[in-house]
Ligand binder design. Structure first.
Ligand code: XIL
Length: 364
């Protein structure tokens, strides 16, 4: 089976060898067991990269599936909880926290000498129902959030290396999101968010603190708003260390736009985190979509482009590239995008995809 795949890979690679595209990736389906491959992949992502390689993981998959757990351990050296460290998961009532899954994940990382990226302290989409219903005024609201940040960041002090303090504040185009309760409560929402960074810093002075959002490198308006916020934070001594762009992009995402935006983002001088990377292939959301070799190749090239671009950052601004998931078997996109979607680096059987090789080829 594998040698068949390999021959297919070589054929497709030959097909693509005729185009003079410098993002070209030679397809390799092999893993270590493939003795017939003259060009075996010898390094894992985490072995090659000089920065952290992360994955969003779920406790239940780590507990229930040995292959999943082994893949995480083999390829990655940082984890993010896919949902278990969000406010709605931890803050179960005004007087209770549920740390079961968060503790498990932090313990798993410690046992295996991995870093944890905390995601996320303040996100409009993950305010618990009880909190939204409580209808606090701005003073009471902020006091509660301060206690939450202090408790959670304090609990994992020294264990969670970095936090997305604030997630997704700006709408497409750069205006403040209007669906968040914070906008109706606070005259100056950015001021509130800045204080959230201060609360986190006070609870763990060594944690790296991030603002995280999506489409940052594509959406010039959103990026301008983020840069303005960062400038204000810097001017007022708000402790922000880095910016995350989620990178939920696709094989047809315009690469030049991506690069221009990435360079602009890097001009802030902050750490840059590619925080939730996955690359959609079924861009037309087609029910008859087939993820064939040509599609694999496109995806591999996109990954290669992204890691190559990331490596062009000054060394001091590199933080991590984290994929939003581990295997195509489990990806949020099958429910949030289309059931036929294959956005990650390992296939459903935990084999390395051409995308893995593309990612690896882009690393220095
Ligand atoms: C998603 C998770 O993957 C899903 O499992 C969950 O149900 C909803 O959230 N941006 C973010 C992430 O910052 O927290 C989101 O994660 C994906 C979009």
């Amino acid at each position: 089976m594998k040698s068949k795949q390999y021959i297919l890979g070589v054929l497709t690679a030959l097909l693509f060898a005729s185009c003079s595209n410098d993002e070209k990736v030679v397809l390799k389906y092999a893993d270590e067991g493939d003795s017939g491959n003259p060009n075996p992949i010898t390094q894992t992502l985490k072995e090659k990269a000089k920065f952290k390689i992360g994955a969003a993981v779920k406790m239940k998959d780590l507990q229930n599936e040995a292959n999943y757990k082994n893949a995480v351990l083999k390829h990655y050296n940082q984890i993010t909880a896919e949902f278990e460290m969000k406010m709605a998961s931890i803050w179960t009532s005004s007087t209770a926290y549920n740390y079961t899954a968060a503790d498990y994940l932090v313990g798993f990382a410690q046992d295996n000498k991995m870093e944890v990226h905390g995601h996320t302290l303040v996100w409009y989409d993950s305010f618990p129902e009880w909190f939204k219903k409580a209808q606090y005024d701005s003073i009471a609201f902020e006091a509660k959030v301060k206690v939450y940040i202090t408790d959670v960041v304090g609990r994992y002090k020294g264990k969670v290396k970095s936090w997305d303090v604030v997630n997704e504040v700006f709408a497409d185009g750069g205006a403040m999101r209007n669906e968040t309760v914070i906008n109706s409560l606070f005259k100056d929402p950015i001021g509130f968010y800045g204080r959230c960074f201060r609360y986190a810093k006070a609870a763990d002075p060594d944690a790296k603190l991030f603002y995280n959002d999506y489409s940052v490198v594509l959406d010039a308006g959103k990026r301008a708003s983020i840069k303005k916020m960062v400038a204000r934070f810097k001017a007022n001594g708000v402790p922000i260390d880095g910016l995350g762009d989620q990178f939920h992009y696709a094989t047809d995402t315009n690469r030049q736009t991506m690069k221009t935006g990435f360079t602009d983002l890097a001009s802030t001088g902050l750490l840059i985190h590619i925080s939730e990377l996955d690359i959609k292939v079924n861009t037309g959301k087609s029910d008859s979509y087939v993820f064939n070799d040509v599609e694999n190749q496109k995806q591999a090239e996109t990954y290669k482009y992204i890691t190559t671009m990331y490596e062009e950052l000054p060394q001091t601004q590199k933080f991590a590239i984290s994929t939003w998931g581990v295997t195509d078997k489990y990806t949020w996109l099958t429910s949030f995008w289309h059931s036929k979607e294959y956005p990650l680096l390992l296939d459903a059987d935990y084999n390395k995809k051409p995308a893995y090789q593309g990612f690896l080829d882009g690393l220095k």
